[in-house]
Design a protein. Structure first.
Length: 81
């Protein structure tokens, strides 16, 4: 199966629908956890965001940052230092 690539800002719902077009696709992406990842992300925000693309003024407005994965947390912490 060819990789599916989505740009940052693509809504999770749109990704989910694109990945579950056929029963075979849906089964494949359910098995490897990608559809669950889309559902988890959609429950929190509309679309993936690149922390690095946020203007520093917007970043400084945040009191709390939630990262679901340790590698993401580490990247955010490194970027803030």
């Amino acid at each position: 199966m060819e990789p599916r690539i989505f740009k940052f800002g693509t809504p999770y719902e749109e990704m989910f629908q694109s990945l579950a077009v056929t029963p075979e696709d849906e089964a494949y992406f359910t098995r490897n956890g990608v559809l669950q990842l889309c559902q988890r992300g959609a429950a929190v925000k509309r679309a993936p965001q690149r922390w690095q693309d946020m203007p520093s003024g917007d970043v400084s407005k945040h009191n709390v940052v939630i990262a679901f994965e340790e590698r993401i947390f580490d990247a955010v912490m490194e970027d803030l230092q």
